[in-house]
Ligand binder design. Sequence first.
Ligand code: MTE
Ligand code: HPA
Ligand code: MOS
Length: 789
Amino acid sequence: MSTPAAAELTHESARLHVTGEALYIDDIPAPPGLLVGRVIYSPHARARIRSIELEGARALPGVAAVICHSDVPGENQMGPVVRDERCLAEGEVECVGQAVVLVAARDEETARRAAAQVRIDYEPLEPVLDIPAAMARNQLLGPPRTMRRGDPDAALTAAPHLIRGELSSGAQEHWYLETQACLCIPGESGEITAYSSTQHPSETQAIIAGVLGIPSNAVVVEVRRLGGGFGGKETQANHVAAWTALLCRAAARPVKIRLSRDDDMIITGKRHPYLTRYEAGFGDDGILRALRVELNADGGIATDLSFAILERAMLHADNAYFVPHMSVVARVWKTNLPSNTAMRGFGAPQAMAAVETVIDRIARELNIDAAEIRRRNLYGGEKRNVTHYGQEVEGNRLGLLFERILASSAYTARREQVNAFNAAHEFTKRGLAVTPVKFGIAFTTTFLNKAGALVHIYADGSVLVNHGGVEMGQGLHTKIRRLAARELCIPVEAVNVSATNTAKVPNTSATAASSGTDLNAMAVLDAVRTLKARIKDVVPNAFAGSGSSIEHSPSTTVNRTSHSKLAEWASRALSKQVNLSAIGFYRVPEIGWDREKGWGRPFNYYAFGVAVSEAEVDLLTGAHTLIRADILYDAGESINPAIDTGQVEGGFVQGLGWCTTEEIIHDARGNLLTHSPDTYKIPAVRDIPRDFRVALLEGFPNPAAVAGSKAVAEPPFMLALSAWLAIKDAVSAVDGHVREPAFRIPATNEVIALAAHALMTAAGSGRTGPGAPGANGPPAASASRETRR
Ligand code: MTE
Ligand code: HPA
Ligand code: MOS
């Protein structure tokens, strides 16, 4: 694009964020008679409910409503895809945190006292709390899924080298700054308006309608912005919204529920823990001949998005590497934990961690630098550019990005320096790793790849854009405002992007799958072009010389018409009875695949990035520092380089948290022990790479998305695997990169220190045998190898 004005790049809410004027749910001025809602949830991971007694709570002064499952006027369901999630528990509870009773009272204190008066009699039962326990009982949430290309069994048998192993990765809390919240206001004749912190207003609307037993046309959901979502509000904002709506209906007054941080962490689901088993065959050159992957997800108590997530995991088990013979078998296990849900990366991080572990092990087996093994295995070349599900890696930039980052990060020279450092230090080691990311952009549920918009031009030349996407900090509205202003040749200040509202733009998809801009901006431009054409019908010289459609010529310099010009044209059009409101719609063309066969074109295009990380590790304590991280990311023709760079940085650091410090721990009864920031460690300023160099690839517009751009959002998350592997590389230096350190995700300080300890004590005893046993919990990682020669 042409050189932008500063206003075009500044986040539309930046000033409001820093002054505190931005309105989140809890900031909306209290309507008269507002009640505080409270959720009373199960303290047991599994129990039969013998009885529920609400009379004591109902009798308290100041209490407006106390309800349980039998008070739900509609269907007692809030499962978004599969109807297997009761809104309020009935007969049994299946996890700690499952909602049983709801209270609405005049204030927080009264609500608490009412909660204390609620009597629920439970008969505790034995819970299943992790994947191995669920496996032992064959407790699945649905049938297994498979994908296959070629003949992996034969190719594994024929391969000169074979490795097998297991990798476990943990849950991750979303840690949005704004906890789940909803404010419901009753209207006339049973209508209801919900201000919800949701990534999916249309689904929230449908779930509210369902539990209330009213049609969707009686429910309006509005979202100004979220204080973060990260996938945690794709389906699970529905829960708080449904509970708030039930209380609002029962009390016939406005009600707000805003979960406390602890309750939010206890009640809501997280990233799925995965237990992954792999078997890989490769040649003396380190090139993969075959790969068999078994993915096991901990779904929690209900289906939620587990199978969509599993599917994305299966579709990313290759990450950026061509594997001629490959099979993936994947299962979702049912446990007595809150239903796990979408989180940035949506299953891909878990699967990519396994194939990156494979590559890393090949390097150690063959004593060749892992960067070289990665380079040799990257997609590219005529016969090596089609994925295990049959989609060609079009516009493949992996090789280009890889060569550039190795050069710009001085990888080879730094490898020498790291080796020299390690030779000189016994208890402090450094490690270096480069990892690529290839991430498919589109909802894998193909019909969701669509969006709508509604644009108005007013007589004063100001423009109001409504679209189905939700602003959660990612800069969606800022990007769309810029594109709309450019298409109309007016300054961004003349364009206002409204709150997302189901009455204005209905039947939308979630803002998710990194495709918020791709989908919604296209719909907005569709509407804007309709309006331009209508204006040109009556003002033929309007927009003269500026009609170039930007997505096909992203670099054209647009002469901005002044805002007053648009006012003049708009007034003339209105005086001729022209309609200056238009809807827009967009559907992604030419995608689709056969789920059953696991074959086709699930993605619109691929996003690519690479990262080089260098870590320093104290072997005795496991404490570590990221000395430097270099990232090169392909954002196509970036609509907003500042926002995209911020997304890369934020995604990487969030990934770093998952890989290192963020550990979700439950006790033997299924209670979450890490339910507040003093026990759950998200990255802090000191965890950010000390030297952090993020660059966007320039000069490669993407033909498949709006204005030549590419999605950012999720893919950078997985670049943090470079930091995880840099730490592992440092640990591995203990015995000169011979044995496999016992690693898992997160590699907490304990995992690191124990892995280092195991290598130190075993040093000198030959290079066979598996890695050391895990630190705690499920097997950290287990590994075995065979060389057939
Ligand atoms: N960035 C911020 N600041 N806050 C968020 O909640 N969510 C991430 C990503 N970046 C998120 C974020 C996730 S999980 C997704 S899918 C995308 O933003 C959604 O927005 P987009 O598709 O418009 O990029
Ligand atoms: N990503 C995010 N959310 C989704 C997807 C996806 O691929 N499919 C269905 N919901
Ligand atoms: Mo993002 S996990 O698709 O909300």
